[in-house]
Design a protein around this ligand. Structure first.
Ligand SMILES: [Zn+2]
Length: 239
């Protein structure tokens, strides 16, 4: 059997340092993290879009994903701009049944679990239109690990144990996402933990999973419900 292919994409590089705050350069963190993940991933063919501090265009990064027929492409970034926490993105335009939807959930969950000891804020599973997601013909996820302009989170990044632990979470998440045997198998989310609520309406039972003011968030919860096995889950708008 052919090994699954994972393309790791350390964001930025060369003359593009990415977020630069508190003595940290995003491009360096992204690359070191990618190398750690690659060294720990077994049973997988791992490719990096860059292995040194060089500039690689977004188009070239996606071209590698396409050429390698990646089973999973993960773009590694760290955040800035006055927030805190961890977040992951898939392309905004994906349908609920796209394989990347479940992969994002498994990866996101494994990372949050791994870095739990630092009490990192979970900014959630998000969707966006970043080039490396939008133009990628292969399942693609972009992660933003902590805010370098947040002093506490910059200090966390400076602890060597953090990058090791984050790499471990990514390895677990990748194995779950690719359903590789030695990792925890993908399992449905616990409906109780997801906050499922039962309510009774005239004659019919409806199970409400949540009410959201943003459609994106509703779509996200719908995807979670579908992953949990609720095939007849749907979004309705209250008039
Ligand atoms: Zn970045």
């Amino acid at each position: 059997m052919q090994k699954p292919v994972v393309v790791l994409d350390p964001g930025h590089g060369g003359y593009d340092p990415g977020a630069t705050y508190n003595g940290l350069k995003e491009k360096d963190l992204n690359l070191a993290l990618a190398i750690k993940v690659a060294s720990r991933l077994d049973g997988v063919k791992t490719l990096l879009t860059r292995e040194r501090d060089i500039y690689v265009s977004l188009a070239d990064r996606v071209a590698l994903s396409r050429r390698a027929e990646a089973n999973l492409f993960i773009s590694l970034h760290a955040n800035a701009g006055g927030g805190k926490g961890f977040e992951s993105f898939i392309y905004r335009g994906l349908g609920a049944k796209d394989p990347a939807v479940l992969m994002q959930q498994l990866l996101h969950r494994a990372v949050m679990k791994a870095i739990d000891r630092w009490e990192i804020t979970d900014r959630g599973l998000k969707r966006a239109s970043f080039y490396v997601l939008r133009s990628n013909p292969r399942p693609a996820i972009l992660i933003e690990s902590l805010f370098l302009d947040n002093l506490r989170e910059a200090q966390i990044w400076r602890e060597p144990l953090f990058a090791e632990t984050l790499a471990g979470g990514l390895v677990d998440g990748i194995k779950n996402a690719l359903a590789l045997s030695d990792a925890e198998p993908p399992r449905p989310a616990n409906p109780k933990a997801a906050g499922f609520k039962r309510s009774r309406t005239s004659g019919l039972y409806t199970v409400q999973v949540g009410a959201f003011s943003h459609l994106e968030n509703a779509r996200q919860r719908l995807a979670e419900a579908q992953v949990a096995g609720f095939r007849d889950a749907f979004i309705y708008q209250k008039q």
